[in-house]
Structures are given as C-alpha cells and as structure tokens.
Design a protein around this ligand. Structure first.
Ligand code: AIR
Length: 430
C-alpha cells in the first residue's frame, strides 16, 4: 500500500470519528477546481535528464538567506553559482560567482541568466510565473513552475490539499469585507486572516479576535484576495522537509518542533518531542504530499498537532527556516539536499548526528547597537550564522544560532542562553 493511499485511509477514518469538528476542513467529495497530480508533473525535464555535475553552474532565483546557504553548499561541492535578485549585494549575491541584479519581471535578464547556467532553482515563492516560464524554455527548473503555482498562493495550496484528501483546518476564500464578515460568522473567532499571495515571515497575517474587528482586518490586508482560517487549538507546531529526486527517491528531515512568535519562527528543536506514531504519521503525510505534487527538490510541510490529529498548515517548495539546524546537526544539510535533488544526484543521508536547537536572530536584536557576538560564541557548542544583510529591520531574519547537546531540551536551553547573551547594553548603560 502506498503511503498516500495509507494516509488517505487514515484521513477518512479520522473524518468518521471527528466529522462534527468544524475547525477541520473535510476532504471534498467533488472538488470545484481540482489541481490534478498530472497537472503538477514536472513538464520541462524528463527524469532521465543527465545529472548536472560539480564544475557546472546552478542558478538560484532569489538572493536572500536561503539562497546564500544554498550557494555555500553548492560552492563547497565545486559548483559555480549565479544568483538573481533585484537588490545589489544580496545575501546570496555575496557568495555567488555571479550576482545578477534585475527585477523579477525582467524577462530579458531572466533569459540571459538561464543561458548562462545549467539548472535553475528558487528560494522565494514570489517569482512571477512568466519569469519561471521564460527560464524553463531554456533550462531545467526544479521544483517545476506547476509546483510553485500551487504553493505560492495560499488558496490554491489549500484547495490542492483538500482535493487530495490531506487534512487542513477549515478555511474560506475572501475577496471583500463582506466575504470576510460572512466567513468569520461561519468559522467563529479567533480566526486568522492571511493574504493569498506575497506573504512570508509573518507578513500579511492578522488574527481576528472579535467579529467587529473584521473591517479593520480587511483594510489592513491590502490585497485583493485572502484566506481566513479557523483558529486551530494546536498543542504543538512541527515541520518535515522532504527532498524528492526526479526518479521518485525521497528522504525527509524531521519532524522538528517549532515555536513561532508574532507569526515568525522563533525556535526549532530536534528531534521533536512526539509519540513515535505521531512522528511517523507526520513523515508519511509530508512524503505523500511531496509525491502527489511530483516535487523535484525540497518541500517543507508545516503542521499542527491537535490532540492525536495532524493538520497541514503551509507548504513551501524550497529550503525552510525550520531546517537550518541541519547545517550543523545532520550528515547532509537541507541546502546540499536541494542541490543534489535539482542536479539529479543521489540524495544524501539525512541522519541527525546530535540533538539540536536553532534560534532566529531578528533585526530587533540590533535595537541598541551591534550584538555582542563573542558572548554567544563563548558557548562552545553554539554555531553562529549571519546572512550579510545590511539593514536590521524589526522582524527581519538576520541570522540564526544553532546549539548541539545531549538532548533536544538541553540544546534548546543552550541556544536560548546564547541568544540572551547577545543584546548590546542600552546606550546609557555603556
Ligand atoms: N524567505 C523566502 N521565503 C520565506 C523566507 N524567509 C527568505 C528568502 C528570501 C528572504 O527570506 O531567502 O530571499 C527575504 O528576506 P528579507 O529579509 O530580505 O525580506
């Protein structure tokens, strides 16, 4: 029995037992606009495409921290790297062989970029479909434009998950204040309103606590389409990151425990503290989704644990913040795995070498000056990663710390202590 079938049956069993629970979206018996697996096939390259080998050139669309860590992994393996981002001196551009600076919708620049590389991947969902299509006519793009089309838009993503029988929280599509009022009436409060597109790192998300807050929430959204989700009383948030090769081979990282603050990932701890059956169910679910989307590359699957059930929160077809610990703690890290998958090389071992915890460093930390790096580096089992961003804006991901320890709990305590040692003393105390 394939994992997907197995999951679907599990899902339906859960549906029978929990069919009265309004906070959980039931699989659709007749989907409105099904996104079929065949429409998600990578259409541009056959699985038999010869591997892209060290010495050849990989192109990365998006020049942020995810691109930077990908470029570091690729250069370590002897690849050339070209990055593409509208900003000069972007985190990935700083470590790439060639930094292309152009708007994401500059199709001529995108075609020139494609001409100069052997394979293209991306680190950011907000790449216009036309740009990806223009590149895919010239060079292989992984994951495919079809995968990005589904995952870059929260509504399409939820419709896809629901149509395939994967469990998601109850949601409604909203296109106006009136839609939102109606949806909040049906789903109750609290509810979470999210933009359908262009949201990441907590951007474009608001919590609606009272029905009379609907008008303000809609005005604040500032986008033509949104998704409102029933509040999920989860006991835990976790994620799994699956790598899938063109021949269908899969290896998954996790599950890991995630804690968010203001809708932004704060701390990841691994291994997740979960019953073995729940951990296995999370892996099966993430694998099944990756397979049903025919991803070649990485797919991060964020999930909620609600009692003994798992709900899918969001998908990201790229490396994920909750996988950064793998750089220091796994045999193969998520960025090298992305590279292996998109280049058609064998996937690496994802074994966790030591329990670990990762804490994000946001721009807020720079409030009273440059953080005290030696203080955090005085912890011998702590690793510092900085992304080379010039502007430390509040809420902006500037870097992270990873701690390794005997247990996940200890690693978490160490990483939090190291982060607490970082803030510069307030000016008047100096
Ligand atoms: N990113 C992409 N989706 C979610 C996240 N966090 C990463 C990518 C992107 C960068 O965040 O690496 O390029 C953008 O960060 P910023 O701080 O410039 O907005």
């Amino acid at each position: 029995m394939s994992p997907r079938r197995c999951w679907r049956e599990r899902c339906w069993r859960e549906r029978e037992t929990a069919s009265q629970d309004l906070s959980i979206e039931q699989p659709m018996s007749s989907p409105r606009q099904p996104i079929t697996p065949s429409s998600c096939h990578p259409v541009t390259v056959s699985p038999c495409h010869p591997p892209i080998l060290p010495g050849q050139t990989v192109g990365i669309l998006g020049g942020g921290q995810l691109g930077r860590m990908f470029a570091i992994a690729a250069r370590r393996l002897g690849y050339r790297v070209h990055s593409f981002d509208p900003a000069r001196d972007a985190p990935a551009g700083q470590v790439a062989d060639v930094e292309v600076i152009a708007a994401y919708d500059d199709l001529d620049a995108a075609r020139r970029f494609a001409d100069a590389v052997d394979v293209v991947t991306f680190e950011f969902e907000n790449i216009p479909a036309e740009t990806l299509a223009a590149i895919a006519e010239i060079k292989p793009v992984h994951p495919s434009a079809e995968v990005l089309h589904v995952c870059r838009h929260r509504l399409r993503e939820k419709e896809f998950l629901k149509s395939q029988g994967f469990p998601v929280a109850a949601y409604r599509a909203v296109h106006s204040g009136a839609d939102l009022r109606q949806a909040v009436q049906e789903l109750g409060t609290p509810a979470i309103l999210k933009t359908a597109d262009f949201g990441y790192d907590g951007k474009g998300q608001t919590r609606i606590d009272r029905p009379d807050a609907v008008e303000d929430a809609w005005r604040q959204l500032g986008r033509p389409a949104g998704v409102v989700e029933a509040f999920v009383p989860f006991t835990q948030e976790m994620s799994v990151i699956c790598a899938r090769a063109a021949d269908g081979a899969e290896r998954c990282f996790g599950p890991v425990d995630n804690v968010h603050v203001r809708h932004i990932l704060d701390v990841t701890t691994v291994p997740a503290q979960l019953p073995a059956a729940t951990a296995q169910a999370a892996l099966d679910l993430a694998r099944a989704i990756t397979e049903s989307l025919h991803v070649v590359g990485l797919l991060a699957v964020e999930m909620f644990v609600v009692g003994d059930q798992i709900l899918v929160n969001e998908l990201a077809p790229r490396p994920h913040n909750s996988g950064h610990y793998s750089i220091d703690a796994c045999v193969t890290n998520q960025f090298e795995q992305q590279l292996r998958a998109v280049c058609g090389l064998p996937l690496g071992d994802v074994r966790l070498l030591r329990p670990a915890a990762m804490a994000n460093l946001l721009g807020d930390l720079w409030q009273s000056g440059e953080p005290n790096w030696p203080a955090a580096l005085a912890f011998p089992d702590v690793k510092l990663h900085l992304y080379g961003k010039a502007e430390p804006r509040p809420g902006r991901k500037m870097g992270h710390l990873t701690a390794l320890a005997e247990t996940a709990e200890q690693a978490r305590a160490v990483v939090l202590a190291a982060r607490a040692a970082l803030p510069a003393p307030p000016l008047k105390a100096r």
